[in-house]
Design a protein around this ligand. Structure first.
Ligand SMILES: O=C(O)CCC(=O)C(=O)O
Ligand SMILES: [Fe+2]
Length: 320
């Protein structure tokens, strides 16, 4: 049985910003994961958004398939994603729905929405959810900058936050697929981007592996904390910080029970160059990774997760 972790709790509303930043640093070095409380997304609203989310997933499959993922927005059916591309499974047994950046008017229309007749409150609820999470995420990024001995507006200054590539992802893991220990709901992976804000629903399953290079891997349970957002560091943040902050390997084990979660992936805009921060390298610890455009990095990772669009289409035809 996996041990249960007690991750650090960070209070986003604390007036003691320097000491909060120092706790964030410790959490990111040690775990790459922490809980965020007093984040401004109130529990009543979150529960309302969770209800709307469940309504979408309970629509008949043909309605969901009408909104199939295009340009990384819309519905992704069961098995279409494989977060661990080396896994031998047919794909991860989860379905999801992606809402792309609302901050960029040029790509806004790429988003897909269920029709108002079917789900009248869905779009305004999800848009509001998006803005609330973006606001919490931006506030957190200023503390993360402080935690790295950078100016608190640093991520704004390097244009990482003006129009971030932030995606709201609604997830459902169907319980009826059983609790085969071999098949993870979400296979082992680290997130690709800057940070992820994750909201779970109380059904267990999320686990992290603190030392991704150590064999055998040791997995520990991350319990749900009511009202808290789980934050994790993504690979681009790991590159920026020269591996000071870990993008920790995580997965979702099957619980034999339906499970929902929401992930808000905050990535820099595609033309932002991710290059080791000066505060994270020195002569004795030079940059480990070469600079890379965020968009190029993300595209490579997404290609591995989804295979080709042809694979996605055949997965829709055979699995639904
Ligand atoms: O559902 C969860 O708790 C985690 C999901 C996740 O890690 C992801 O989608 O990247
Ligand atoms: Fe993840």
């Amino acid at each position: 049985m996996a041990a249960t972790l007690k991750l650090p709790i960070i209070d986003l509303s604390s007036p003691h910003r320097l000491s909060t930043a120092s706790s964030i640093r410790q959490a990111c070095v040690e775990y790459g994961f922490f809980y965020l409380v007093n984040h401004g997304v109130d529990e009543d609203f979150m529960n309302e958004a969770f209800k709307e989310r469940a309504k979408f997933f309970s629509l008949p499959i043909q309605h969901k398939n009408n909104l199939n993922r295009k340009e990384h927005r819309g519905y992704t059916p069961l098995y279409a994603e494989k977060l661990d591309p080396t896994s031998l499974s047919q794909g991860d047994p989860k379905e999801s729905y992606y809402i792309g950046p609302l901050t960029d008017t040029t790509t806004l229309s790429l988003n897909q929405w269920p029709s108002q007749e079917l789900l009248p409150n869905w779009r305004p609820t999800m848009e509001s959810f998006y803005w609330k999470l973006l606001s919490a995420g931006k506030e957190l990024m200023s503390l993360i900058a402080l935690s790295l001995n950078l100016d608190e507006n640093y991520f704004d200054k390097i244009s990482a936050l003006k129009k971030p590539e932030a995606f709201l992802c609604l997830l459902r893991y169907p319980g009826e697929l059983g609790s085969n220990e071999e098949i993870c709901g979400a296979s082992a992976h680290s997130d690709y981007g800057m940070i992820t804000l994750l909201m779970t629903d109380g059904v267990p399953g999320l686990q992290i592996c603190k030392e991704k290079l150590k064999q055998p891997q040791v997995w520990e349970d991350v319990p749900h904390v009511e009202g808290a957002i789980i934050v994790n560091i993504g690979d681009m943040m790991e590159r920026w910080t020269n591996c000071l902050y870990q993008s920790t390997l995580h997965r979702v084990m099957p619980a034999g029970k339906e499970r929902y979660s929401v992930a808000f992936f905050m990535d820099p805009p595609s033309d932002c160059v991710v290059e080791c921060f000066e505060s994270c390298c020195s002569e004795s610890s030079p940059p480990i990774f070469p600079p890379i455009r965020s968009g190029d990095y993300l595209n490579e990772r997404l290609k591995l997760t989804y295979g080709s669009e042809k694979d996605l289409k055949s997965s829709i035809q055979t699995k639904s």
